[in-house]
Ligand binder design. Structure first.
Ligand code: ATP
Length: 572
């Protein structure tokens, strides 16, 4: 049973009880998919006869934050010991990199190859001096080839069919990668699948995992789907929501994936009532459904939210006054409700620069999801490496990366996957600073250490993140910053389908909130050359304006806050 006062729903119980391993769970935001997956894990583990066979349940996630999220729930249902003994929670790249390390020799990938959790191709494109268009096309060509081919030869053959400068650039980068013996982030799943095409390797993993649970199926690329199906066949429970598909730019293909998984699954279950959000927030999410395609959401317990939660929109002259207001409001909410969580969410990281500066200047503590947030032991290793780097110079990117990885390998930490990702993060930070080792101190300051047993999913206070990083997460309050045309929808979204994906990003941001959402936009901005630009509010305002009870303007929002029953809100 979920450890909440409401108990499990009939649908969640059915998900727990369903004995065959394959099933599909669909539900809009906050309706308890992830909770149901964790509960199903308990059911599967209780029924499975391990009898010393050492087999495990595989649970995949996309990010570390999502991993924390599912881990927290699993601990609640099955306890830490069973989690450790019988479950592997892992992101796709982490799993792929384990397979490559264990079996890479079979295709000539030995210990002298560098396996990097970094976007090698992106970096080569940015530093190669290519035009923006050529670089964009070459990046796309490489991405397409690596999402569809298996072997290096096939990748090269596909690139050879691409004419012009873009084809030339793509081939140069791919040849360089092979010469430098590099398996970069975007090669990992392809190479793992290449290895798994050997039936001996595939057999080992099929024997190791008896079933899998896959959350957020709408974000899978066909390649990721093939990967998990190769590992677990039809023994997979998928959970997801097509109205939250926001990764098509990275190759996710929701229509294909949905068709494939429903074809094979024995049972499909839909959840339709939100446990997470107050009715007013659900009204805001529903208002976007003509664009997102979401089913109508209603609150599972409409009476538990006092006056029904709050949704407000407000404009500001510029980013400075917007940031000052959001910082003040956040501080005031936390004064009333010190243990609640506030997510300040932007479409892209750079829209939060002024806000983060304002929080820092006012000594308001916040967790920056762009910084590295690591368990103490991993943070310690990365800090040591930063101190060490300060006294070094690197000939090239590869040397810096290899140095970081070799240094990290001399430490014995339990969280190997987190340390590997930490090395990738450190390399990225150095890259952004042009490999200037004298800036290592600055990087060290960006390493955030987790307090005690907390994870990003449980940490109180203010969090700054993007809509994409916020996937699957939950906050008591959400500020959606920068609701201007060009910011959300992003200026690159031109077609109707691209605009719909932007609306889904906005819907994901809003639906992270439990109690209140405040959207802000600025009337103007000054660019880095000092020119003043007039902003227009996001075109999605047309939909949000229809939300019943919407508060318009900061005066209305402040009045609401003055009258609110904060002692009751603090207990929600
Ligand atoms: N039966 C239930 N009773 C009460 N609360 C529940 C129940 N099931 C789930 N919840 C709570 O509802 C919230 C949302 O659940 P969950 O995160 O599983 O939804 P989700 O469908 O995965 O959302 P999203 O798609 O936005 O990630 C969580 O706080 C969870 O603990």
């Amino acid at each position: 049973m979920p450890s909440n006062s409401y108990g499990v729903t009939d649908e969640q119980q059915e998900i727990f009880d369903y004995e065959p391993f394959g099933m599909v769970i669909t539900a809009p935001a906050g309706c308890g998919k992830t909770e149901a997956l964790a509960y199903r894990a308990k059911g599967l583990l209780e029924r499975y006869d391990f009898s010393g066979n050492g087999r495990r349940l595989l649970i995949t996630s996309f990010t570390n934050q999502a991993k924390d999220n599912i881990n927290e729930r699993l601990k609640k249902y099955i306890g830490v010991q069973t989690l450790r003994d019988h479950v592997t929670v892992c992101n796709f790249h982490g799993l792929a990199s384990r397979i490559i390390k264990a079996h890479g020799q079979l295709i000539g990938i030995g210990g002298d190859w560098t396996l990097a959790n970094v976007d090698w191709v992106g970096r080569e494109l940015r530093t190669g001096g290519y035009t923006r268009d050529d670089s964009k096309q070459a990046g796309q060509a490489l991405r397409d080839a690596k999402l569809t081919c298996l072997t290096d030869d096939d990748v090269m053959k596909q690139l050879e069919s691409i004419g012009g400068q873009a084809g030339e650039i793509a081939r140069t980068i791919e040849k360089k990668r092979i010469n430098e013996k590099m398996i970069s982030y975007d090669d990992q799943i392809r190479v793992a699948l290449w290895l798994l095409s050997d039936h001996r390797v595939a057999g080992l993993y099929r024997n190791h995992f008896f079933a899998a649970l896959v959350d957020e199926f709408q974000d899978l690329t066909p390649q990721q789907l093939k990967f998990v199906q190769t590992l677990c066949g039809k023994n997979i429970t998928f959970a997801g929501d097509t109205a939250q598909s926001i990764y098509s730019f990275a190759g996710a293909d929701v229509a294909y994936v949905q068709q494939e998984i429903t074809k094979d699954s024995g049972r499909q279950i839909k959840l339709l009532r939100s446990f997470r959000s107050a009715p007013r927030i659900l009204n805001a999410v529903n208002s976007l459904s003509p664009l997102t395609g979401s089913e109508h959401l209603s609150a599972a317990f409409p009476n538990r939210w006092g006056s029904g939660g709050v949704v407000g929109l407000s404009s500001f002259d510029d980013e400075g006054s917007e940031a000052a207001w959001v910082a003040g409001m956040s501080k005031s909410i936390l004064r009333h409700c010190p243990h609640q969580r506030i997510g300040i969410i932007t479409r892209l990281d750079n829209r939060a620069i002024t806000l983060k500066r304002t929080l820092t200047q006012n000594n308001i503590e916040y967790t920056d999801w762009k910084s590295g947030i690591f368990r103490p032991e991993v943070a310690g290793v990365l800090s040591d490496i930063c101190s060490d780097i300060q006294a070094r110079t690197f000939e090239n990117n590869l040397e810096a990366l290899q140095y970081i990885q070799q240094k990290a390998a001399t430490y014995h930490v339990g969280q190997i996957e987190e340390l590997e990702e930490g090395c990738g993060w450190l390399f990225d930070q150095l890259f952004q600073r042009g490999f200037d080792s004298s800036k290592a101190c600055e990087i060290k300051e960006k390493i955030t250490v987790r307090r005690g047993n907390e994870t990003i999913a449980t940490r109180d206070g203010i969090h700054c993140l993007t809509g994409h990083a916020g996937k699957g997460q939950q906050f008591d309050w959400v500020f959606v910053l920068g609701m201007e045309d060009g910011t959300i929808p992003d200026f690159r979204a031109k077609s109707f389908e691209e605009k719909c994906e932007e609306a889904r990003v906005l819907s994901v941001m809003i639906s992270r909130a439990r109690i209140g959402v405040f959207g802000t936009y600025t009337k103007g901005k000054v660019d880095r050359w000092g020119n003043h630009h007039v902003n227009t509010p996001s075109e999605f305002f047309e939909y949000l304006k229809k939300v019943p009870g919407l508060l318009c303007g900061k005066d209305d929002i402040v009045t609401w806050c003055r009258k609110a029953d904060w002692p009751a809100i603090a207990l929600m």
